[in-house]
Design a protein around this ligand. Structure first.
Ligand code: DGL
Length: 264
């Protein structure tokens, strides 16, 4: 294994940076290439067939170009749809980001918890299976809140978050039958932990907001245990489509140790 071989993180935009931040805490020395498929954003509004074809095609090409030692699909939508398919076509370890239903089910005291994701994620069989396997006897209320993706993208560009959009999502979840009993919410889109502060201000203070980023970072570190890392420079942020899509992110990227955005 070449010590400069990177870990590839993949999302449609900045959501995957929530996984990147967690990864940097456990493996600060690992070289990382972060790929943002802005040309495909948002996956949440695409069909299963579109997402599966796009993600496996792009990861195949990225894998040839960057020779990563491991790839992480830092996107719940892509992972719940295409994880199996990507694992079949690539030979490196693939880590997915799937909704943190298991820890949330363990944490809820009322037995009622919520899940906020994209339209595509909340309808996936993968999510039904997680609910069946880990939340038996509990009540899981799901909503799609795709507009929060845009708010998270705006926030990382230093723009104000439209709190009316955040409030609409929170009210819709709390307004579901049994919604007032919710004491834990799964942030089932990697963009949403970027709005933790805004969401937290609108839920009751005893409602836990749960995402999987730390668990995913630990999983990656475990799979790479014993491997050597040598960086050849700053971590890379590559954009699928027009690199101008990353305009405004300069500060967020520099703070995280990335070089200037590059085109894929
Ligand atoms: N970050 C993606 C996820 O975790 C969602 C953004 C999109 O719809 O492309 O699902």
């Amino acid at each position: 294994m070449d010590a400069s071989s990177p870990i590839l993180l993949f999302d449609t935009g900045v959501g995957g940076l929530t996984v990147y931040d967690a990864l940097c805490r456990v493996l600060p020395q690992a070289p990382v290439i972060f790929a943002a498929d802005y040309a495909g954003l948002p996956y949440g509004k695409k069909t299963e067939a579109e997402v599966a074809a796009r993600v496996s095609g792009l990861l195949g090409r990225m894998s040839e170009r960057y020779r990563p030692r491991l790839a992480c699909i830092a996107c719940n939508t892509a992972s719940t749809i295409a994880l199996g398919m990507v694992r079949e076509v690539l030979e490196i370890p693939i880590v997915g980001t799937v909704p943190a239903i298991k820890p949330a089910a363990l944490q809820t005291q009322t037995g009622t918890f919520g899940l906020i994701g994209t339209q595509a994620t909340i309808r996936q069989r993968y999510v039904d299976d997680l609910e069946r396997d880990f939340a038996g006897g509990k009540s899981l209320l799901r909503i799609a809140a795709p507009d929060l993706v845009d708010e998270a993208e705006a926030k990382l560009r230093g723009k104000p978050v439209d709190m009316a959009v955040v409030e609409e999502a929170v009210q819709r979840l709390r307004g579901m039958e049994g919604g007032e009993d919710i004491d834990a919410v799964v942030l089932a889109c990697t963009h949403f932990p970027l709005l933790r502060e805004e969401l937290g201000a609108l839920f009751r203070s005893d409602v836990a907001l749960i995402d999987g980023a730390d668990g995913i970072a630990r999983r990656i570190a475990h799979l790479l245990e014993g491997q050597e890392f040598a960086s050849k420079g700053p971590n890379r942020f590559v954009v699928v489509g027009d690199v101008m899509a990353a305009d405004g992110l300069e500060r967020a990227l520099a703070e995280r140790g990335f070089g200037a955005p590059e085109a894929f």
